[in-house]
Design a protein around this ligand. Structure first.
Ligand SMILES: Cc1cc2nc3c(=O)[nH]c(=O)nc-3n(C[C@H](O)[C@H](O)[C@H](O)COP(=O)(O)O)c2cc1C
Length: 171
């Protein structure tokens, strides 16, 4: 093993090598919704994680070029909507930067005003506690002010595709 100073100066792996290895991670699929003034948006995201239970906090990792980034930064709120295995169409839709993101989507306004999608496995309505820049992305930690859940299987994403929990052992 190298001395500490040499370890710190080790070069990063290349982006291609990194992305190929990351494809092996299996994640639940969410739509992160946000609103600021009259603007509302939603974006598909897998970079979502529980942080702490006391206080209840979660984190989301969002590319700074995404439209959602500006909304969350300005309004300081967001909601995480965990998709069910019947909601792959929403994962596809919210990855496409639609001009009318909620035109054909069932939702209600949650406690913070951010849209909460109907039929999800779980939702977490959040107030931003902190924002940390890392590379091309921001990590937003949100304090959860409302949570809901349903007994439904979640949609999963791995190896570049969407899969259902019951069939995932076949991969
Ligand atoms: C399965 C999947 C997971 C994604 N996860 C993330 C994520 O965690 N963070 C992120 O910034 N973008 C993620 N994206 C990309 C965004 O969904 C995409 O760039 C979207 O168009 C951004 O929308 P917006 O610009 O309207 O906010 C993901 C896309 C897919 C299909």
């Amino acid at each position: 093993m190298c001395p500490v100073r040499e370890i710190i100066s080790l070069p990063s792996v290349g982006p291609a090598e990194f992305k190929v290895a990351m494809r092996r991670i299996a994640s639940t699929v969410t739509v992160i919704t946000s609103m600021s003034g009259s603007a509302m948006n939603g974006m598909t995201a897998t970079a979502v994680c529980s942080v702490s239970a006391t206080p209840p906090c979660v984190l989301v990792v969002i590319n700074r070029t995404n439209r959602s980034h500006a909304l969350i930064e300005s309004a300081g709120i967001f909601a995480i909507n965990v998709l069910s295995e019947d909601q792959e169409h929403l994962a596809q839709h919210f990855a496409l930067k639609s001009d009318n993101p909620f035109g054909d989507v069932d939702y209600h306004r949650g406690m913070t005003g951010a849209p909460v999608l109907e039929g999800c496995v779980a939702s977490f309505e959040c107030v931003v506690e902190s924002q940390t820049r890392s590379g091309t992305h921001s990590i937003f930690v949100g304090r959860v002010v409302n949570a809901a859940e349903r007994d439904e299987p979640p949609l999963l994403h791995t190896n570049g595709g969407f899969v259902k929990l019951e069939s995932s052992h076949l991969m």
